[in-house]
Unconditional design. Structure first.
Length: 201
């Protein structure tokens, strides 16, 4: 009995993320469906191969489903709707822009998906955070922006509250990189190399 208990404890200690349904590099991203509010939808024109927001059009929402993301390499950028959370890994977003990662056309091999957790917000500020994200969607209609009103991503992926997490997945939603917290310079370099390897960026 003692040996069996010891073996069970050892198993629990070596597989915490798997048992919790968290994100594990080399494994499929745990599925996620967000219906409230979900993914932003914006009208756009394509100018010289670049998706450009169609001025005057309104943003609507649709269900976000990770199973719909197959076929592209993707960064999933998860943020708490709190002041400063968007600054934690802004240097990674800046690096993506500087590297001219191929995501500006509808058929680009890479896309960035930002998920804003408005369930993790200071009371009364969620609406302001959503407004800012909608502004970002208009400025970058080629990227995906998602409002998670119930904190479903945080729960499904075992993320920490009040912060920022970065996940990179391949065309089949297999996790290539994951970090919950601030990325180091080495992390950013690794992410750019992985994107170039898998998306030809």
């Amino acid at each position: 009995m003692k040996a069996a208990m010891t073996a069970m404890i050892g198993l629990l200690l070596t597989t915490p993320l798997t048992l919790a349904g968290g994100v594990v590099v080399g494994q499929k991203l745990p599925p996620l469906v967000i219906k409230d509010k979900g993914q932003m939808v914006v009208e756009y024109d394509v100018v010289d191969g670049v998706m450009v927001y169609k001025g005057g059009s309104k943003i609507s929402y649709k269900t976000f489903d990770t199973s719909d993301m197959d076929g592209k390499v993707k960064t999933i950028y998860h943020l708490a709707a709190r002041t400063g959370a968007d600054e934690v890994n802004q240097h990674y977003i800046d690096a993506l822009i500087a590297a001219k990662v191929p995501e500006h056309a509808p058929d680009s091999p890479y896309k960035t998906t930002t998920i804003l957790n408005t369930d993790d917000a200071v009371w009364g500020t969620a609406g302001i955070a959503v407004g800012r994200l909608e502004k970002s969607q208009k400025g970058a209609p080629y990227a995906f922006h998602v409002v998670d009103s119930e904190g479903l991503a945080l729960k499904a992926w075992g993320l920490k509250p009040k912060g920022s997490a970065v996940i990179l997945v391949d065309e089949d939603n297999t996790v290539l990189f994951f970090k919950d917290g601030e990325l180091s310079g080495a992390d950013v370099a690794q992410l750019l190399n992985l994107i170039e390897e898998h998306a030809g960026g």
